[in-house]
Write a protein that binds this ligand. Structure first.
Ligand code: ME8
Length: 476
């Protein structure tokens, strides 16, 4: 039986179109999904949209549409953006879908039946930007420092989830699973947060109309985060989750408490298995400035993809910022890396090998080359890096090979003109390129195909066919 691998991204709010930050997490998850597919695993890769938020209502109001029409239009934009960025998700979930609403209500009932939901009064602050209940200590001069808005004071009847009850179980979970959250520093923050003591949380809103009704009490809607987290189950069904929960939730550092504290507690209460890992990326700024709608600096990934190509954008995002760390995005750096690593590096190597190789193609090859052992070792190191989300280091391995191959090509230059060793020398470079292409495929799927079109290995007849076509990355 094939091994299963289930990976998810956050489901994104539909109050705006995707920006480069959303693309970052989604591309990372896609690289992981593609990598597991190359290992022959049966991959489920889920992304989608989080629509039962007040942000959706406000977005609709601003654009003068009714809420459902607005949500439909925005969800289609998110879907098509991922298609354009070559994201190979196997499913796209919207939280307004029937399959999700049903699952949320079922999970609510399970948690209710377990005695973990009670009715109480919530009085306190609520930040709409965060869609989260806030404490005075979270604010700076009474204002949410992320959204620069004053949270509203709400006083209403709410249902509460007994989060505090799960304090000990959560600490045990963290103790037993040292890789539950990565990177380690952020896991540490989560642990300290829980160690300081949890409070029960409000999981419904009384005065909202848009949202999933609380079972048996339709005066209330379910709090959007309680609903949103369950999407990971809705997509594959409760039975599906029971058999194989998520292997990886890829998220940004901003939503770690929801995923590493509230979500496992909800699952424990519903008596369902827990996700295996939560992998968090840092946040990046643009030219040193926080990405924000009001500043108008939210770069549309499609604009960059149009200018540099989808693969170049995918490459840059994962090469430039070590995954997990905060970083800075700038188009100047993107262009620099494009020219240095892609045009002069990979693109140039492929062009050189194809030009020289075309003259001696086809070349016979029967797997006895000494290069094989060496390259296998590179593969092992790469496997480790990529399966632990060290994308920049995985790419570095690929680029080290590219540089070595390029250097070997220059040293061997005299042989390429004529002589019996010509085909033999070219063969070495072809073998290297096949391996390099394998390594890079999850990151640069389109480029990998283009390389294979130029340098292809025919397994049946055991020959390389080499044919020069277009330049992969024309200089910018
Ligand atoms: O939080 N740098 O959705 P959201 C890196 N609906 N990543 C960034 C980023 C940046 N500057 N900005 C955004 C929500 N992201 C909820 C999630 S899940 C059950 C519900 C990425 O639309 C990052 O992955 O605000 C972050 O966690 C996510 O977008 C937040 O997207």
């Amino acid at each position: 039986m094939k091994n299963k691998f289930y990976i998810t991204t956050p489901i994104y709010y539909v109050n705006d179109r995707p920006h480069i930050g959303h693309a970052y997490t989604t591309i990372a998850a896609d690289v992981s999904a593609r990598y597991h597919r190359t290992k022959g695993e049966d991959v489920i890769f889920l992304t989608g949209t989080d629509e039962n938020s007040q942000k959706t209502v406000e977005g609709a109001k601003k654009s003068g549409e009714d809420v459902k029409t607005y949500a439909d239009r925005l969800a289609a934009i998110w879907k098509s953006t991922w298609e354009a960025l070559n994201i190979g998700n196997t499913d796209f979930i919207r939280t307004t879908e029937e399959r999700h609403v049903k699952t949320v209500q079922e999970i609510w009932k399970r948690i209710w039946d377990n005695g973990d939901i009670y009715k109480g009064k919530y009085e306190g602050l609520y930040c709409k930007g965060h869609e989260a209940f806030m404490k005075e200590v979270d604010l700076v001069d009474g204002v949410c420092s992320d959204h620069k808005t004053k949270p509203e004071w709400i006083a209403e009847d709410n249902y509460f989830f007994k989060l505090k009850k799960y304090e000990k179980d959560l600490l045990k979970l963290y103790g037993d699973n040292p890789n539950f959250v990565t990177p380690e520093g952020r896991f540490h923050e989560v642990k300290s947060f829980v160690e300081r003591g949890l409070e029960d949380i409000s999981i419904s809103r009384e005065k909202q109309e848009w949202g999933i009704p609380v079972p048996n009490d339709n005066k209330h809607v379910i709090y959007v985060w309680f609903d949103a987290l369950i999407n990971y189950i809705s997509a594959i069904g409760i039975d599906g989750w029971q058999k194989h929960p998520a292997d990886v939730h890829a998220i940004g550092k901003d939503i770690i408490r929801f995923h590493a504290v509230i979500w496992p507690a909800m699952l424990m209460s519903a008596k369902l298995p827990l996700p295996k890992r939560i992998v968090t990326n840092g946040f990046f700024t643009i030219d040193g400035v926080k990405i924000s709608k009001s500043l108008g600096n939210a770069i549309d990934p499609l604009d960059l993809a149009k200018k540099y190509g989808v693969d170049a954008l995918r490459y840059f995002l994962l090469r430039e910022i070590p995954y997990g760390e905060d970083g800075d995005f700038s188009e100047v750096k993107l262009k620099e890396r494009y020219n240095a690593d892609l045009a002069n590096g990979l693109g140039n190597l492929v062009a050189r090998v194809a030009t020289l190789g075309e003259k001696v193609s086809p070349i016979k090859y029967n797997y006895t080359h000494p290069l094989h052992k060496l390259l296998k070792e590179a593969h092992e190191e790469y496997d480790y890096k990529i399966s632990t989300f060290r994308f920049d280091e995985a790419l570095e391995i690929g680029w080290k090979r590219i540089a070595q191959s390029d250097a070997a090509l220059s040293v061997d230059q005299p042989w390429y003109k004529e002589g019996s060793e010509r085909a033999e020398k070219i063969l070495s470079r072809c073998i290297e390129l096949v391996i390099i292409t394998d390594l890079l495929e999850p990151f640069l799927p389109e480029t990998a195909q283009k390389i294979k079109d130029q340098i292809s290995y025919d397994r049946t007849n055991k020959v390389f066919h080499i044919k020069k076509t277009e330049n992969l990355f024309p200089r910018k």
